[in-house]
Design a protein around this ligand. Structure first.
Ligand code: PTJ
Length: 256
């Protein structure tokens, strides 16, 4: 579909088109469209911009990834179609891998997503066929199945657009979880080590930029930064921001 760049919602429509492409390519699940709609609603309320609280958590995420020994990027069907190129750029910067992990798991879709990444950067995607897998105890959904040399071994996992079931259990295993989720009230947002409350399409380029600017800092400086970070505060700031914004909009409408 041609999207007129002058359309007031052109950016949002383009993202929708990407998801439709994801469905056509067999990467994204139908449920992914519904998940996107929920995200869009929160994005609308946030004003479709990277807010100050998101900037702070993106900085913390950059530091955490730089301090990690074995970070990994976990992708699902939505994040693959929206952010594959950014994931690859990030994986190159960190010298890490990308693993496909799906909620609506089918072997066919896993292989399609792996092939999609392989077509862009074969050295960055972990291929799952004939590779040792383990099931993470406590996770009810099929997201429990992870690669032994991937998520199972990683110390920090970037989990964009998570569905909530996995985050808590991965954290129990002592892993750092960096979530990107527009909904500050979701189970994942509430439990992650670092929650980036922003649209993945805006957050990823900022994360890459921050990593580039922090990567030459000495570890003690990075450690000081991470010690001062408080994720609960970020979640509160996001909810207060939403509250204030809605209040301001409500008053504006009343006045006319
Ligand atoms: O590809 P699969 O099978 O692994 O399925 C992926 C989805 C996303 C369908 C699955 O994980 C799911 O059902 O997720 P949920 O429970 O709907 O949660 C997705 C979260 O992502 C929600 O809190 C949304 O607000 C949020 N979200 C949606 N789009 C974006 C987003 N957050 C950041 N950027 C977005 N573009």
């Amino acid at each position: 579909m041609h999207i007129d760049p002058s359309h007031p919602r052109a950016k949002s429509l383009k993202i929708r088109e990407q998801l439709v492409k994801g469905i056509k390519l067999g990467l994204t699940s139908y449920a992914g469209l519904l998940a996107h709609g929920r995200g869009e609603a929160f994005d609308y309320i946030l004003g479709e911009k990277t807010c100050e609280f998101a900037e702070k958590s993106i900085e913390a995420a950059a530091v955490c990834l730089l301090l990690s020994q074995q970070p990994i990027i976990s992708t699902n069907g939505n994040s693959a179609i929206l952010s594959a190129k950014d994931f690859i750029q990030l994986a190159r910067l960190l010298n890490c891998k990308i693993e496909v992990n799906l909620f609506h798991r089918t072997q066919e879709r896993i292989e399609k997503i792996e092939k999609y990444f392989e077509g862009i950067a074969p050295d960055r995607i972990l291929l799952s066929k004939n590779k040792k897998k383990i099931a993470i105890r406590g996770i009810a959904s099929s997201r429990k199945t992870v690669l032994r040399n991937g998520i199972a071994k990683a110390d920090t996992i970037l989990v964009p657009l998570e569905d909530g079931d996995r985050c808590e259990h991965l954290m129990h295993l002592g892993k750092n979880i960096i979530a990107i989720d527009l909904n500050p009230m979701s189970r994942t947002a509430q439990t992650a080590t670092i929650t980036i409350i922003d649209n993945i399409v805006r957050a990823m380029p900022v994360l890459i930029k921050k990593i580039k600017s922090f990567r030459n800092l000495p570890p003690y400086k990075l450690n000081l930064f991470i010690k001062a970070y408080d994720n609960h505060r970020i979640l509160s700031e996001a909810l207060i921001y939403i509250n204030k914004r809605l209040h301001t909009l409500a008053i504006k409408d009343k006045v006319g």
